[in-house]
Write a protein that binds this ligand. Structure first.
Ligand code: ATP
Ligand code: MG
Ligand code: MG
Ligand code: MG
Length: 477
């Protein structure tokens, strides 16, 4: 007898055939009805037990959380709420779960509580739905790029380059604490961290991806990325997954087209393939919204919101236009922005980004042509000499989901920029060589995978869309 998943069982035609399933008990009602789930679907299969056929020890072991193997007959359900059920003939208890101490009870737990139980929270409906969606999205990411002529490129995790120059890097060290290399002044010489070299965990695979795009044409990375963010927001993790496509012969406008098409395509994939999980999360969100005042409730339900993004053009706006709008706006009648925008050149805060998306344009926005001063050194300088061909994609409820740009392909301009910022050519000699040998217009962007998962699941905190979140106060799991 082949073991099949509960997801498959639930769509099997019931003909009293023999079936076998494994799973964890969600609930056990009246010593008679086991709701069993194996992680393959949000829905449980109901297993009907005639307890007189089983010894007391077995019946006692059937508590929420226990792992069981059940053999029985699949029949049309007698009750409401499900099409099929199993009439149980044999039960094998893989492992019991003590009802006194098992933390995941059928009641609703707070997300904060579940973060403390990161190893067990996937047993809840909410987290199993999120993690199935996360998996489906990851598949859709690869599927999109592979279908569109991109090669999957593995950027190094340990690297000597700081792509963003933001200094948010985790140092990798092999230093012998008792006998560290010293500088002339007698301090520990961190420049000799990694067997004599200074190295860090990657903050972005972009620079290396550029090298590979300038040979393979179109590449993408999709891997773990590290930032020593000490900001403790609901949008930042110290370890997150980033998707970074990089394309030779693409200018900024082609880059924007790609970002929009890519996001829409992966959303379409989950709308089509993850209906039950999305419906479950939508319902969860609606219940949560009911507890909020009317004004704070969102105008669209989750699935409608995803459809809206798929069906409408993203609004493309220059930084300069955005600044004009922000200068003449207030987030609401009474309140001003916490950080008022006074002059051209200021960096946008998330309150500004969210205002543009949620209140002003009411759709995803691509902001582009930012002041050179607030963006990284490698972005293509525009003819005005002041702005660079940068773009950020801003999403409702999220803020920045993508940061990208056309890259500076001209050697002299890049050298000048690095000199202005005090970046030594020696550090990036190989990056400069890409401009010496067959340089070309090229572009790319980085999309934070967890921010995408946040958007798709409607969750409010990035800690709840990655299995084991790493944040400043929490990396113990
Ligand atoms: P933010 O302004 O939100 O701090 P950023 O501008 O520092 O983001 P980029 O360097 O542009 O981020 O990285 C590209 C993308 O990676 C961002 O658009 C975002 O989706 C994601 N990202 C950046 N930092 C983090 C983080 N600490 N945790 C999760 N995702 C992140
Ligand atoms: Mg940042
Ligand atoms: Mg940013
Ligand atoms: Mg950015």
């Amino acid at each position: 007898m082949a073991q099949i998943s509960i997801q498959q069982l639930l769509v099997t035609e019931p003909k009293s055939q023999d079936v076998e399933v494994n799973g964890w008990v969600k609930t056990f009602r009246s010593n008679r009805f086991i709701a069993l789930n194996d992680g393959s679907t949000i829905n449980n299969i109901q297993c009907v037990v005639d307890f007189e056929n089983f010894d007391e020890k077995t019946i006692k072991a059937i508590n929420t959380g226990a792992a069981l193997n059940i053999k029985g007959k699949l029949i049309e359900s007698q009750g409401k709420g499900q099409d099929v059920e199993i009439v149980v003939e044999e039960i094998y208890v893989h492992g019991a779960a003590d009802p006194e101490s098992y933390p995941i009870q059928p009641k609703k737990h707070s997300l904060e509580f579940l973060r403390e139980k990161a190893h067990l929270r996937v047993r809840t409906n909410t987290f199993s739905a999120i993690m199935r969606l996360r998996s489906a999205l990851a598949f859709a990411v690869h599927d999109y790029f592979q279908r569109n002529g991109f090669y999957y490129f593995h950027a190094p995790i340990i690297t000597g380059s700081d792509a963003e120059g933001a200094g948010e890097m985790f140092r990798v060290t092999t230093l012998d604490e008792k006998n560290p290399p010293l500088t002339e002044e007698g301090r520990v010489n961190y420049k000799e961290d990694f067997f004599g070299k200074e190295t860090n965990l990657t903050v972005s695979g972009q620079l290396e991806a550029e090298a590979y795009a300038m040979g393979l044409g179109k590449v993408y990375t999709f891997g773990p990325t590290f930032r020593a963010e000490n900001s403790n927001t609901s949008r930042h993790l110290a370890e997150f997954w980033m998707i970074e496509p990089e394309m030779a012969f693409y200018d900024l406008s082609m880059n924007m087209d790609l970002a929009e098409d890519f996001i829409k395509s992966v959303l379409r994939y989950v709308l089509e393939h993850c209906k039950d999980d999305l419906k479950f999360l939508e319902k969860r969100l609606l219940d949560e919204e009911k507890t909020k005042p009317q004004a704070e409730r969102s105008e669209m339900a989750l699935i409608e919101k995803l459809r809206f993004v798929v069906d409408n053009n993203f609004k493309r706006v220059t930084y300069t236009e955005a600044i004009d709008i922000l200068r003449n706006s207030k987030p609401n009648k009474k309140k001003k922005f916490e950080y008022p925008i006074d002059e051209w050149g200021a960096d946008l805060q998330s309150e500004h980004e969210r205002f543009l998306v949620e209140k002003h344009f009411k759709c995803p926005v691509i902001l582009f042509d930012y002041p050179a001063k607030i963006k990284a050194f490698y972005m293509r300088l525009n003819e005005d000499g002041k702005t660079v061909r940068a773009m950020d994609v801003l999403f409702p409820g999220i803020g920045e989901i993508v940061g990208g740009s056309q890259r500076e392909e001209r050697l002299e301009v890049l050298q000048q920029k690095m000199a202005d910022l005090g970046i030594e050519e020696e550090e990036l000699w190989w990056y400069l060589e890409l401009r010496k040998f067959g340089t070309a217009v090229h572009s790319g962007f980085g999309l934070g995978f967890e921010r995408l998962v946040l958007f798709v699941t409607g969750m409010g905190n990035i800690r709840d869309v990655i299995p084991f979140p790493r944040t400043p106060q929490n990396a113990s799991f």
